[in-house]
Design a binder for this molecule. Sequence first.
Ligand code: ATP
Length: 333
Amino acid sequence: MGVTAIVGRNGQGKSSIIEALSYAITGRSFRGAPKDSMITKECESSIVRANIFSNQRELLLELSLNRGGSDRLLLNRNVTPRRDVVRAIPLTVFTLSDIEIVSGSPAHRREFIDDSLILMGPRASETVDNYERLLQHRSHILKSLQRGDGSVGYDSLEIFDESLAIEGERLIRMRLSLLSRIEPILNELYADIAGKGEKVLTSYVPSVRTNLMSDLLDSRRDDIRRGITSVGPHRDDIIFRINGLNARYEASQGEQRTLAFSLKMALHELLRSRIGEDPIILLDDVFSELDEERIEKVLKRTKSAQAIVTTSIDHQIDEKVNQKLVIESGSLL
Ligand SMILES: Nc1ncnc2c1ncn2[C@@H]1O[C@H](COP(=O)(O)OP(=O)(O)OP(=O)(O)O)[C@@H](O)[C@H]1O
């Protein structure tokens, strides 16, 4: 347990270590980077090998990535499906771009809440997937009705919209329920880091005016003309208010980052109570806009877990973490 800091100047490979670890576990780059950029230039493959202590067990995780070929994911030397690895090694990752959950477009907040739902269990995960699949299907139907190529009839939308409305309403209910569980933890965390008396309120902003089925019906003609579904959870937003002010527009960068961190950590706490242990925490270069006091509070919050943090700020970091490693030109000294 405890915090390991990886310290180094810009461009030495700090983010690459965090990215390699989270890519090996989740199969996704938090920078949105394609697989090929995970392989050293002019090389054909790369290997991530990590000894991980998770679920009270020592695990050996090995991922080999091959340019233009298929990849191999091994857990304790056995080929293992990605979803089993994700389940075996719960993870909380917080990076610079997570500020966009607060400062970015509504799509970032929807992605945060849906990704969080996926971690909450198979039922929620299935609802997120089903809605996404149905929405894509509806988009195909709308486009072919728009073209008028006769491949689908208008009445196919009738049956289809019923399923979409049921799944969409279910997704909204799940998002609302998760938000109501996140909010008290978020408040506790935010007030601890930012100062007592700071109050965060979350509100869900639905695109639905009456109920989803009748709104789909009302907008059907327009949707066919535009080829898109104009109403549903994929058009909703979440507003975070700090002391009454909309954090997207009115909070400082430091406040936005603190709020984004508190959100991720609130989810971390929910996950911990679900699985009975702390997920591993990876924090990539997130201290830049935070003052000394906030950095200390953030680190204190991660101490009960196994955490790796990267930073270029070496100033007194040794006193705040359990061990410090220095990185230079891609190698840990
Ligand atoms: N596929 C690749 N092949 C070779 N070098 C790469 C590849 N992808 C990234 N690099 C290089 O690796 C170096 C380390 O990048 P990384 O983002 O890990 O640095 P960092 O220490 O986190 O820097 P910063 O503090 O600026 O965020 C960069 O110079 C980058 O250009």
